[in-house]
Ligand binder design. Structure first.
Ligand code: GLY
Ligand code: MN
Ligand code: MN
Length: 441
């Protein structure tokens, strides 16, 4: 976690201002943000892994304190209520020490039902944020997750404070240690399962602490965008073709989200990976305030179509490939998304703090980020080209089939796909590529 108390204090000041505006606009006197709880497993005495509520984490980096809450009242110091149950079956997680503690009033309570005792009586209009089930049986009155209040907060959350940017930078450094370890392990012939373990060890995190399950996909598995298995089998050298590693790490709840694709040997696929890397860098270079993300997506489609043409997979001009939607069969996901406390962070489709949604671009219905870029946003730029059987089968049946070199496509199927993904901060006059900066220092 960043150690700067100055940055944390400034972060809390910005949060207070955002909440002041949002609460006033929606007519609330106070807000109680729950840290969330771990849902119980049906007919068992265990719980599913706990994941702290991002709205709570934005105030306090308590990743392992279910049942805790943050009370904010405009004009008052934010009050952090930490649940530390007396429990001889489990050990309560220690509260991380740090300069962040000075910015909040902190009180500890021992039983969930005691949260109510810390509620000020005078509040007339209390908003309760977070997973609704956590308030069950606590007798705390309030409006749960008011939509317009959430929209206000989500809209603002798209722009990160300098403290939040530092958390993402540290999460980047951590994840890159994992990427280096996995790259070495791939060259040494280890299995997907072993590489997954090496990623965790190098990042110093458990699976549950990662912002999303790491995608460790060898060969054709790279064609499944969110491939979730870990093959235990080591493959002989002649059967190892490619590795797509999409894996991030988290610091104080803030995520990094990084993808690299490796070729097992020199040759055509290695050259294609280099081409994709150059294309990705050209797209990153276009990130600056005022750029509409759907337009950047269109620009990505044009450059990816140029690659399909250069690789002699499709015999059409780039413009024709985009217009006839042929690129879509090779790149079926958005160019990127907001990044923060959630790997696909909130607020990407909002036109205003009042919660008005931006119209979904007809051409890119799956795009998670449709806003115009602003300083402070952290976005991913993650172009890819994949050989996905179901999409290619559809293309083969279409009237464009004749323009595709199917023999070449068949020869490339064993590689699965290529994706390159960096995390990019929009600055006042351009951008900083947080991933490349950390990779080269
Ligand atoms: N790791 C998920 C994504 O890149 O969006
Ligand atoms: Mn991503
Ligand atoms: Mn990713």
């Amino acid at each position: 976690m960043p150690s700067s108390s100055r940055l944390y204090a400034a972060h809390i000041k910005s949060l207070c201002q955002r909440y002041d505006r949002a609460l006033e606009a929606d007519g609330f006197d106070a807000v109680l943000i729950g840290a969330g709880h771990a849902p119980p497993v049906h007919r068992d005495d265990q719980h599913y892994p706990y994941r702290a509520e991002p709205l709570f984490l934005q105030w306090a980096p308590l990743l392992a304190h279910p049942g805790s809450a943050l009370l904010y009242r405009p004009g008052k110091k934010p009050l952090l209520l930490v649940l530390e149950p007396v429990d001889y079956w489990h050990q309560p997680a220690p509260v991380p020490r740090g300069p962040w503690q000075r910015a909040l009033d902190i009180r500890v309570f021992r039983k969930p039902a005691d949260l109510r005792r810390h509620m000020p009586r005078a509040e007339k209009a209390l908003a309760l944020l977070g997973e609704p089930a956590q308030w069950r049986g606590l007798a705390i009155g309030g409006r749960k997750n008011p939509r317009s209040l959430l929209a206000h907060l989500d809209y603002d959350r798209a722009c990160k404070t300098p403290w939040e940017v530092q958390c993402i930078e540290q999460a980047t450094v951590q994840a890159l240690a994992g990427h280096r370890a996995v790259h070495t392990a791939f060259d040494a012939g280890l299995s997907e399962f072993e590489m997954g373990l090496m990623f965790l060890a190098a990042c110093g995190q458990t699976d549950a602490e990662l912002p999303y399950p790491a995608i460790v996909a060898m060969n054709r598995n790279g064609a499944t965008l969110h491939y979730q298995h870990r093959d235990r089998q080591r493959l002989p050298a002649r059967e190892r073709h490619s590795l797509l590693l999409d894996a991030g790490s988290s610091v104080a709840g803030y995520a990094s989200d990084i993808t690299r694709t490796y070729a097992a040997r020199r040759g055509e696929f290695a050259a294609m990976v280099r081409d994709m890397d150059r294309t990705q860098q050209q797209l990153c270079a276009q990130v600056r305030p005022g750029v509409s993300f759907p337009e950047l997506q269109l620009s990505a489609f044009t450059t990816l179509a140029e690659l399909l043409s250069r690789w002699e997979l499709v015999r059409l001009s780039a413009e024709e490939m985009v217009e006839r939607r042929i690129v879509d069969s090779f790149m079926p996901h958005g160019l990127g998304h907001l990044l923060g406390l959630q790997v696909h962070d909130v607020g990407g489709d909002l036109a205003s703090p009042q919660g008005r949604k931006l119209p979904r671009p007809k051409r890119f219905t799956r795009l998670r980020l449709t806003r115009t870029l602003e300083p402070g946003m952290v976005v991913t730029i993650e172009p890819g080209i994949y050989f996905i059987d179901s999409l290619l089968a559809r293309l083969k049946k279409s009237r464009h089939s004749r323009q595709v070199d199917w023999k070449k496509v068949a020869a490339l199927r064993c590689y699965g796909g290529i994706r390159i993904e960096d995390n990019v901060l929009v600055t006042a006059d351009g951008h900083r590529n947080l991933t490349r900066e950390a990779e080269t220092t």
